[in-house]
Design a protein. Structure first.
Lengths: 64, 166
């Protein structure tokens, strides 16, 4: 039986970087956001807020 | 309970009524590529009588009323908006902070040189540049402003690397 590779500490195989894993993920997320149009970025935010609204125990957040 | 946030519809209304306003805060960061979570829209508006009248029309159509923990319905009249304070509103598109200024009394005219028009679908909105947003957060003494700085700086750095001009 072949050995199973342990899961990547970053949770995402193929990323080769000296940066801490959280930093890599944050960079990936921002790079993805930058690849979107402004309209698409707003839709991402809308979707997230909608998800947060549906979360059990959701409460009014503080404003910026 | 959190309210939904529909900034696209809100900005369309603002654009259709030719309201002179600059998008600032978290949504301004998101629209420029930051990975940032916010639950309200912040705008700084030009405080001329003509613009206040246009803003009043847009707010009426957005069903805007003041945030009132007691549940009273207080609608933002043009008279109230001429006062120099901030107006924290709830609209049918979500929470909206209508601000006379941000930071150290930076009003519409002072922020405009550091703002740019951003195309959002079939309309445009004026947005405070990410670099300026970062500078304002860096000067802020509020913990929550300082907390989001790494996120904004990351977006600024990566935008520079990718020469993103959107």
């Amino acid at each position: 039986m072949d050995a199973i590779d342990p899961p990547s500490p970053s949770g995402s195989p193929g990323i080769d970087s000296d940066l801490p894993s959280a930093e890599v993920h944050d960079d990936s997320l921002v790079r993805w956001m930058l690849s979107l149009s402004p309209l698409e970025r707003l839709r991402v935010l809308e979707g997230f807020v909608e998800l947060a609204c549906e979360a059990p125990g959701a409460r009014a957040p503080e404003a910026d | 309970m959190r309210e939904p946030l529909k900034p696209i519809e809100l900005f369309r209304l603002v654009a259709e009524h030719e309201v002179e306003a600059i998008l600032v805060g978290g949504v301004a960061a998101v629209i420029q590529g930051a990975s940032y979570t916010t639950f309200d829209v912040d705008i700084v508006y030009r405080r001329t009588p003509e613009n206040i009248a246009r803003l009043a029309t847009a707010l009426r159509l957005a069903d805007a009323r003041y945030l009132d923990p007691a549940g009273h319905r207080l609608e933002p009249t043009a008279e109230k908006r001429t006062s120099p304070g901030h107006h924290l509103l709830v609209t049918r598109f979500g929470r909206l902070d209508v601000l006379a200024y941000i930071g150290e009394h930076l009003d519409y005219e002072q922020l405009l040189p550091d703002s740019r028009l951003v195309q959002v679908g079939d309309f445009q909105i004026m947005v405070l540049d990410l670099q300026r947003l970062v500078e304002l957060k860096q000067r802020s003494t509020r913990d929550k402003d300082r907390a989001v700085l790494p996120n904004l700086l990351r977006a600024l750095r990566l935008r520079g690397e990718e020469d993103d001009t959107t």
